[in-house]
Design a protein around this ligand. Structure first.
Ligand SMILES: *Cc1c(COP(=O)(O)O)cnc(C)c1O
Ligand SMILES: [Zn+2]
Length: 415
């Protein structure tokens, strides 16, 4: 195992490095041996239903260092009802439900690995810049491991997310400005004050590497059948890279000649869509976004200071023959309601954004009606209750318990 720069291909021994020393490029974990399909390593029966069943393909060297709260191994739901909203759709639609991760988002895969590596490297304190979910995750895994943790989050972070982070006992610094400001401060703390940086952009190569397990699991759940499209909410893009990498490795292991990977659809919110903006104007380079404004806090990332993360993500989207698309807050809210009311999945705005994008793309005839589609539902509805509270609902107050007539009226029970 080595670290390898995606830019200049320089390699480094597996130490705690956050970017290429020569060119500042993004580093990735590089394994000498190819992925071996079905090499599920049941070293610990407790972990066999988690993403750590793939530990032989992950970067933690000593299993004693694994800090797990049961991340990954998430369900794949087949859609019966939402599917009908897509007029004439004859294909298969699935939801990969990442909301059931221990702290309610897929970030647990990344943080579980990054903090296990921090332990392996002997760190006693970690820092994480977060729009909420990575922070909750870092706080929980730090609690589990006894490592000191500081979370930096924008002051606009949803209250539920902050409360969750605090509940795990983390120290929280609410930083004025947007996510990129918190990110800058986290970098300073890790460069100068001995913190291991768990921030979930492309900084921590060990953390981002673990997101390929989403693809491994999908491959297993779909019995080797590949989706035609995977729709993914995109902030900086490590999750999308995980899908790209996972499917590329699967292809390689099967030695399938000319094999393709699913078309990866990167979904952003209209109020913060730097990658979509570059995609739509046929640019290769992503520029930072100014004035992010959306209810989708999980992807409200303007990329200021690490625009190269967006550029890399855009490149992977294009290589997969996918597209980048933005959705409005109104479209996201509708998707949240559809997802909960037609499928029983309760997601935060970001988590439902792929559904909004699917509808939009389908209506533009950009999704084949006979295709196999997977939406990644990335974060739990409990994380942002405020949005749901403002939506229409079906609540009625019964002041007199003996007044069965009004109850019957409400429930449409005829006399
Ligand atoms: C962080 C996050 C994303 C975006 O992930 P990236 O890997 O930064 O692109 C999507 N959804 C949720 C719920 C998140 O917390
Ligand atoms: Zn380099």
């Amino acid at each position: 195992m080595k670290l390898k720069c995606i830019n200049c291909a320089e390699t480094y021994p597996p130490e705690m490095l956050y970017s290429c020393i020569k060119c500042d490029g993004i580093l990735e974990v590089y394994y000498e041996k190819d992925f071996v399909k079905n090499d599920s390593n049941s070293f610990n029966a407790n972990l066999s239903n988690t993403m750590w069943r793939y530990s032989s393909q992950l970067s933690v060297e000593h299993h004693d260092n694994i800090i797990s709260l049961h991340e990954g191994g998430t369900p794949l739901h087949f859609s019966d009802r939402y599917k009908k909203e897509l007029d004439g759709f004859q294909g298969e639609l699935y939801f990969k439900d990442e909301t059931v991760n221990p702290t309610g988002s897929f970030k647990d895969r990344l943080i579980s690995t990054a903090i296990s590596k921090a332990k392996e490297f002997g760190y006693e304190k970690v820092v994480c810049a977060s729009s909420g979910n990575a922070g909750a995750s870092a706080a929980a895994y730090a609690a589990k491991s006894g490592i000191e943790v500081v979370i930096l989050a924008p002051q606009s972070t949803p209250k539920e997310k902050i409360v969750q982070i605090l509940s795990y006992g983390a120290t929280v610094l609410l930083v004025k400005g947007h996510y990129s400001d918190s990110y800058k401060l986290a970098k300073d703390l890790s460069e100068n004050y001995g913190f291991c940086n768990l921030s979930t952009t492309f900084l921590n190569p060990y953390g981002t590497d673990a997101l390929k397990t989403v693809a491994y699991e999908l491959d297993n759940q779909l019995k080797g059948e590949m989706p035609d499209y995977v729709l993914i909410p995109v902030g900086a893009g490590p999750l999308l890279k995980g899908l790209y990498q996972g499917y590329s490795e699967l292809n390689k292991s099967l030695k399938s000649v000319g094999a393709t990977i699913p078309k990866l659809i990167g979904v952003q919110a209209e109020g913060c869509s730097p990658i979509v903006s570059a995609f739509e104007s046929d640019q290769e380079i992503v520029s930072a976004w100014e004035g992010s404004n959306t209810i989708a806090s999980g992807i409200s990332d303007p990329l200021i200071g690490y625009e190269k993360d967006g550029t890399y993500t855009l490149k992977l989207i294009r290589e997969s023959k996918g597209v980048a698309i933005s959705v409005t807050d109104e479209e996201i809210k509708k998707a949240m309601q559809d997802l909960s009311q037609l499928e029983g999945i309760f997601a935060e705005p970001t988590g439902a954004a792929p559904l909004a994008a699917l509808k939009k793309l389908y209506e533009k005839n950009m999704i084949d009606p006979n295709s196999r589609v997977v939406c990644l539902i990335t974060g739990h509805g409990f994380k942002d209750m405020n949005i749901y509270q403002k939506m229409d609902n079906n609540i009625h107050y019964i002041d007199n318990v003996n007044d069965i007539d009004s109850v019957r009226r409400i429930l449409n029970i005829p006399t």
